[in-house]
Design a protein around this ligand. Sequence first.
Ligand code: NAG
Length: 203
Amino acid sequence: MSSTWISRGNALLTFVGSVLAAMAIATTCTDYIHRSDPKVACSFVGTEGLQKEFGHDRAHVVLNLTADLRSEFSWNTKQIFVYVNFEFKTRKNARNQMVMWSAILEDKEHAYIHLPALRAQYPYALTDQGFNLRGREFDVTVAWNVMPRVGVLYTRKRTFPGIGRLPEAYLQPTLGRVQLPGSTEMADVPAAAHDMEPHYYTA
Ligand SMILES: *[C@@H]1O[C@H](CO)[C@@H](O)[C@H](O)[C@H]1NC(C)=O
């Protein structure tokens, strides 16, 4: 093979490399142009249980989450990782933060989340490092990482400060039955297993 061919091959590879780089930069730039309008609503449905266990308090909280993240999807979006944090303050810890629920949204069609009875995905998610959960006020933060095909990942979030308060007294857990916020009244909530999984629907 003559050196001419090698240099032509080199030039071609350099050209292809430049085109790919330019495309990657253009892709990243369109992300800045892409406007999203995510809508997130979250409310506290009630407490399904509040237990004193060996060494700590444990809460079973039910939330109602509606999140429309469809507009976060652009042609450069690979997937979205969405999670719900439960947060509270105690005298011992200025900030207690636990992941209650999370999901990977793979496309726009699955980015409209409607979970009227969202519970902690993991049984021990909502625990304190002591016995400080009775009457405790809490915040909920819904956050999502938008993962691009090319470019930089970004995170957006909505915090619902003081969204709820746990009961003043311990409460024996009963699946499908909650103590309503700010009262000792009880009410039924859906206990279906699908509540543990994201229940998607498309509009
Ligand atoms: C959950 O919240 C949505 C949106 O805020 C509301 O339309 C719906 O009625 C609520 N569902 C329940 C079961 O409270």
